[in-house]
Write a protein that binds this ligand. Structure first.
Ligand SMILES: Cc1cc2nc3c(=O)[nH]c(=O)nc-3n(C[C@H](O)[C@H](O)[C@H](O)COP(=O)(O)OP(=O)(O)OC[C@H]3O[C@@H](n4cnc5c(N)ncnc54)[C@H](O)[C@@H]3O)c2cc1C
Length: 656
């Protein structure tokens, strides 16, 4: 059971150069605090379930839809000619595949037509990523690193007209780009950033120094978006600039850049992911994106919709898992019946089918909302990334289980034995990274929780600030009581309590009523957490993680229902089928929500915290005895790097 064990972080280990406070300050400064457009998902955390914001389901205009479909036909032709098994075997995407993708404009899907791109909607882009990712997920990663986070998106969002002219047509024509934030010592915590961009005396350029790790596309990229810290300075030719983490567009072949390694991974075997060193790389001042110090904000804004690539890849994985589990489970007979007819396997098939429907619904709704442009979709996209990466991983696990020993066997080995080469284990390997990159699950929980509790933080003011004086806290308490006196009564009753609400949704109405009731309950529980822990709430990561996950499920239920109703209005038969899928999805999701609500207050969090502290202090090392550590002697945890020119030969690979 939960008690009030101190969950404050330990003080940072000696040698770190950014304190926890600084890390938080950097994250807070990068946060967009403006909420001028309505946000459906934010409302869910505040007890305001406003279905009108997502229903009727937004749709593409007929012209946009036609353009998207026409491109998907061409993309399908290219994809059907791609040998995914060969990419897996050679751990390389052949140059001719990249050339064919460039020829049909795949590198400019999201670039406006006036700059030579296709100007596709987010929704069509998602469908394209699903298709290309099903040829090989490395292709999806390449295209998405290029245009969801690489040069085109930030240039489109914050670039000057000159920057747009200079870079967008090149990117649309096939100049591959990459996004470079991570460093050996900078993963989830950009406050530690070591790369520097030093303004030249005359202010016409910056000199870039540093090492960037895990640069997807870095080995083949012609253009890079690089994040580096500009030291504080008084201003120069470019005046008024203040320093801080800043974004730059950099030519991949600029003098002083060395791609020192091509990294290899558990999955995504074809990605061209590098370790890139910068030594006194001269970057013209006109290549700076936005102002000095705006780099992280730009990265986050880019990710607002950019994060939807991962849900697209996850939905694609779900669709394929569904097809394989259906075909296999109907044919494989054990104990006198097809395995799919055994209850335990049937449950997995139902999970895969219902969750795939949920994944596509979340993707489709988020993408259509992004395209419509009238709503703020920051939280929806973040929830979609978080939820989809977790659920797709479970789908992969269930698919491997349904396939039995063949699920664990590689496609090559199956083929060599004369069986259908089904890469189920590959799907697991390829999906695993989605829970880590573009914001790990833990960091997504923190980011979304920050927004979920924002209203409380604003209301609580100094109460939620652990450094505030007692006097300030007393003043804040009075202010907070006023806010809660108005807000809490609104959470007592709502449409979800009336048995006839949302009747137009027929059998799904009950699920929407559940969402409405749960949204109010979620807001109340968050308030209880806030009153109980006040300034220490931010350290209650397990509690906050569950709050966020409940919101994600509620969003998914709403998306599933809204989409089913849209499909029903388009096509009665398809709609009936969608209603069935949505109904089972909602039932499964509701069970997860109920479990999460229970776990909010009945959990082993405090015991876990104590145990983890003990583990870190070495109290239980006896438990590790009796096995070998194969990693011993292979070097430090984090490779030390020093500024200076590289001694390695660049492994940069020119393509096309
Ligand atoms: C295949 C691949 C491709 C990549 N592509 C790119 C790319 O193109 N560009 C780029 O810039 N980066 C890229 N990355 C880097 C990726 O974004 C990072 O791996 C990710 O941000 C996590 O950072 P880290 O690995 O250093 O983990 P760390 O930050 O060291 O975190 C370790 C663990 O601690 C958790 N954690 C950290 N801080 C907190 C906290 N405050 N609270 C709770 N938990 C916490 C993390 O979630 C994680 O579980 C790529 C990585 C891989 C493996």
């Amino acid at each position: 059971m939960s008690s009030d064990v101190e969950q404050d972080r330990p003080t940072p280990a000696s040698g770190t150069d950014a304190t926890e406070r600084e890390s938080r300050a950097v994250a807070e400064a990068a946060r967009e605090s403006d909420w001028s457009r309505p946000s459906f998902a934010k409302g869910l955390y505040l007890g305001h379930f406003d279905l009108d914001l997502v229903h009727p389901h937004p749709r593409a205009t007929p012209e946009d839809q036609a353009r998207g479909e026409e491109f998907l036909v061409r993309l399908r032709e290219v994809c059907e000619g791609i040998d995914g098994a060969q990419i897996e075997r050679d751990a390389l995407i052949p140059d001719d595949v990249l050339a064919r993708l460039a020829d049909i404009g795949a590198f400019g899907m999201k670039i406006p037509r006036e700059y030579g791109g296709l100007g596709l909607t987010m929704s069509a882009y998602g469908q394209a990523l699903m298709l290309v990712g099903s040829a090989h997920p490395s292709l999806g990663a390449l295209l998405s690193a290029h245009q969801s986070i690489g040069v085109p998106e930030p240039v489109k969002l914050v670039g000057t007209p000159e920057q747009k002219q200079a870079f967008l047509p090149r990117c649309a024509a096939g100049a591959i780009s990459a996004f470079l934030l991570t460093e050996p010592d900078v993963g989830s915590d950009p406050a530690r950033m070591g790369s520097t961009a030093t303004p030249t005396e005359d202010g016409t350029a910056y000199l870039l120094d540093g090492v960037k790790l895990w640069t997807t596309n870095g080995v083949v990229a012609e253009l890079l978006v690089v994040m580096a810290r500009v030291p504080e300075h008084d201003g120069n030719g470019d005046h008024q600039q203040k320093g801080g983490i800043t974004a730059f567009v950099v030519e991949g072949k600029a003098e002083g850049i060395t791609v020192e390694r091509r990294n290899s991974f558990m999955g995504l075997k074809g990605i061209e992911n590098g370790l890139t060193r910068f030594h006194q790389v001269r970057v013209p001042a006109e290549n700076r994106l936005g102002k000095e110090g705006d780099g992280l904000k730009i990265a986050l804004t880019t990710l607002n919709a950019g994060r939807l690539s991962i849900p697209a890849m996850c939905a694609a994985a779900g669709k394929w898992a569904l097809k394989i589990s259906r075909e296999w489970s109907a044919e494989r007979v054990q104990w006198g019946r097809p395995v799919g007819e055994h209850g335990a396997v049937a449950g997995k098939i139902a999970f895969i089918a219902a969750t795939t429907y949920g994944l596509e619904s979340v993707l489709e709704l988020s993408a259509q909302l992004a395209d419509a442009g009238s709503k703020d979709i920051r939280i929806e996209a973040a929830l979609a990334k978080l939820w989809a990466s977790e659920m797709a991983w479970q789908i992969a696990d269930e698919l491997v289980q349904v396939r039995g020993g063949r699920g664990y066997e590689t496609a090559e080995s199956l083929r060599a034995r004369g069986e259908r080469a089904v890469p189920a284990e590959q799907m697991m390997r390829d999906l695993r990274i989605n829970r880590i990159f573009e914001g790990s699950t833990e960091i997504m929980h923190l980011l979304i929780a920050r927004e979920a509790v924002d209203a409380h933080l604003k209301a609580a003011g100094a109460l939620a600030d652990k450094d505030a004086s007692l006097e300030a806290k007393a003043r804040a308490a009075a202010g907070a009581s006023g806010f809660y006196a108005k807000w809490l009564p609104q959470l007592v009753v709502g449409k979800g309590a009336a048995p006839t609400s949302y009747a137009e949704f027929g059998a799904l109405a009950t699920h929407l009523r559940f969402v409405e009731r749960s949204s109010r309950k979620l807001a109340r529980q968050t308030f209880y957490g806030m009153s109980r822990w006040q300034a220490k709430m931010e350290y209650r990561q397990a509690f906050l993680g569950r709050v966020v996950d409940i919101g994600a499920e509620l969003f998914a239920i709403a998306a599933a229902c809204s989409r089913a109703e849209m499909l029903r209005t388009d096509d009665e038969a398809r709609g009936r089928s969608a209603y069935q899928l949505a109904d089972v999805f909602c039932q499964q999701s509701r069970l997860r929500v109920e479990r999460l609500f229970t776990d909010l207050w009945s959990n082993s969090d405090d015991a876990d915290t104590r145990l983890a502290k003990g583990v870190l202090a070495g109290d239980y090392t006896w438990l590790e005895e009796g096995v070998l550590d194969q990693s011993e002697g292979t070097g430090p945890w984090i490779a030390p790097w020093s500024p200076g020119a590289s001694e390695s030969e660049s492994v940069w690979r020119a393509v096309r």
